[in-house]
Ligand binder design. Structure first.
Ligand SMILES: Cc1ncc(C[n+]2csc(CCOP(=O)(O)OP(=O)(O)O)c2C)c(N)n1
Length: 504
């Protein structure tokens, strides 16, 4: 088959399978794919986003899947361009997202030849992507390797009648009842519910489930239920749970970011069960897990009764909460104080994206409680600091007043991602960068104290840059702030704002 026909076949198939959006990066080898896509877009059948940096493009596509729930494809040329997609594939794997990787390749006879741009693509994503469409369940990346000749002759295809398909998410396996049975067969005394990232469609079921059980809850910001479940929430949960380990933990959704989840490795007596999309237990130690969508599993578990033994764990919550508020008021310019201030403004926006490292943890601990914030996104699959701006822009592309909060190194990591500002909504968009001079999360490591000054410096990797120049380079407004009492919002502009926060 000539390259044009191959490209038409593969892209027609992808569209039929429900891929409606493509993020493309140019190259000679995949030029034919781009030409076919341009005609499909002209026929109104697909949406195409244009990028140049494949690593960022992969994360942007991942961001699209987070919001649409549908597959998004990233289309790249052969050679190292393919390898640039690995980080996004890893993240998509752990988030169980339908990221489709369409990579151009040289014809088969080039395999193992060392010819220019003929890297070995077979299995390049290892278990992080499925290479066989017939076996793809939509809950992980799919890799389509397309062997193409560089030269192509465009055909006269008319795509106006092309059939587009709806992606149907995989139907859940029947709930065999493991978790339901576990809950039913045991006294739930001493149960604590930990809630990580939730899909929007899961939030209501999880909320009612928690309300009914009335067990103590640790709800991450990314659950979208942190504020709504505040009446059941443990304050300073990492400390409280460590001092008073519960006998059972039920985790719903993504892996929690808090310290206590890691502490569970050393608490074998605490029974742990998870219900989550990727079916991974999220701990090295033994723990039960049920894979599937919470929106379907929870109703299938039947009715539950209130546990009603919240008292000991929730004892002292109020005192802790009051002391926390006093601290935040006394230190408004600290990083914690700034997170509170930013959260007040961000909660009025349409969505919040939290960079890995301190922002996601500080939001959980210090963000405001008054206004429920349902759309809080993060890449908690593999917790990378890479691709964060791209995932944010992809996920919030259609949203006005979208907020993203990132560490300074995290922001520097993905500057190429800002390319997409010209293709997404920018009105009221705020990219807050907490410029605390490098990786400050490591200050919290107990073992840092015993490390040499040189090693500590390498850990922090302080990288002074002029963020105003970065903002200018990408057509953003720049605002630098140090004092919370002088801040009254990032302004309402049609241009995105880079809000540089320098905490004391
Ligand atoms: C791709 C990747 N490389 C390295 C790490 C390890 N890491 C975790 S946090 C961090 C520092 C992040 O610094 P910054 O973005 O400034 O945030 P802060 O720690 O100050 O909140 C690093 C290097 C990682 N998570 N992902």
């Amino acid at each position: 088959m000539n390259s044009w026909d191959t490209a038409v076949e593969i892209l027609t198939w992808a569209v039929k399978a429900g891929v409606g959006e493509f993020v493309v990066c140019g190259g000679a080898r995949n030029a034919v794919l781009l030409e076919v896509l341009s005609r499909m877009e002209a026929a109104g059948k697909v949406k195409v986003w244009s990028h140049f940096e494949e690593r960022s493009a992969g994360f942007f596509a991942l961001g699209r899947t987070m919001t649409t729930g549908k597959p998004c494809a990233v289309v790249v040329t052969s050679g190292t361009a393919v390898a640039e997609l690995l980080p996004a594939a890893v993240e998509a794997f752990y988030q169980a997202r339908p990221l489709v990787l369409i990579t151009a390749d040289r014809p088969e006879l080039f395999r193992g030849s060392g010819a220019p741009q003929a890297v070995e693509q077979n299995g390049i994503f290892t278990e992080y992507a499925c290479a066989d469409f017939a076996k793809w369940d939509g809950l992980m990346p799919l890799h389509l390797n397309v062997a193409l000749e560089e030269e192509f002759e465009p055909g006269g295809d008319d795509f106006s009648e092309m059939e587009t398909g709806e992606f149907s998410p995989p139907s859940d396996r029947p709930v065999v009842g493991t978790v339901a049975r576990w809950i039913r067969e045991r006294s739930l005394k001493g149960l604590v519910v930990m809630i990580g990232d939730l899909e929007a469609e899961d939030q209501e079921e999880v909320f009612h489930f928690c309300e009914t059980l009335a067990a103590p809850v640790v709800a991450e910001g990314t659950s979208g239920l942190r504020e709504a479940l505040q009446h059941l929430a443990l304050v300073e949960s990492d400390i409280v749970l460590k001092e008073n380990p519960p006998s059972k933990i039920l985790r719903l959704g993504g892996v929690p970011s808090g310290r206590f989840w890691r502490d569970l490795e050393d608490l074998p007596k605490v029974e742990v069960w998870s219900i989550c999309r990727n079916g991974l237990r999220g701990l090295g130690r033994e723990a039960g897990v049920l894979k599937g969508s919470l929106a379907r599993i929870i109703p299938a578990m039947g009715d539950f009764e209130e546990i009603g033994d919240r008292a000991e764990l929730l004892d002292g919550v109020e005192g802790r909460a009051v002391r926390m508020e006093e601290k935040l008021e006394s230190f408004p310019d600290s990083e914690a104080g700034w997170m509170r201030t930013l959260s007040v403004y961000a909660s009025i926006g349409s969505s919040v994206y939290l960079g890995n490292s301190l922002p996601v943890r500080e939001w959980n601990a210090y963000a405001q409680w008054e206004r429920p914030v349902q759309t809080v996104r993060a890449n908690r699959g593999a917790n990378g600091i890479d691709g964060q701006i791209s995932s944010w822009l992809g996920a919030s592309a259609d949203e006005e007043n979208a907020w993203g909060i990132f560490g300074d190194l995290t922001a520097l990591y993905d500057l190429a991602g800002l390319k997409m500002l010209s293709q997404v909504k920018c009105s009221g968009r705020v990219m807050a960068v907490i410029n605390n001079r490098g990786g400050k999360i490591f200050d919290k490591l107990p073992r840092l104290g015993s490390m040499s000054e040189a090693a500590k410096k390498w850990m922090a990797a302080e990288t002074p840059v002029d963020f105003s120049a970065i903002a200018k380079a990408w057509g953003m407004d720049h605002m630098k702030v140090t004092r919370a009492d002088e801040f009254d919002g990032a302004g309402a502009s049609d241009r995105a704002v880079l809000l540089e926060v320098v905490p004391s």
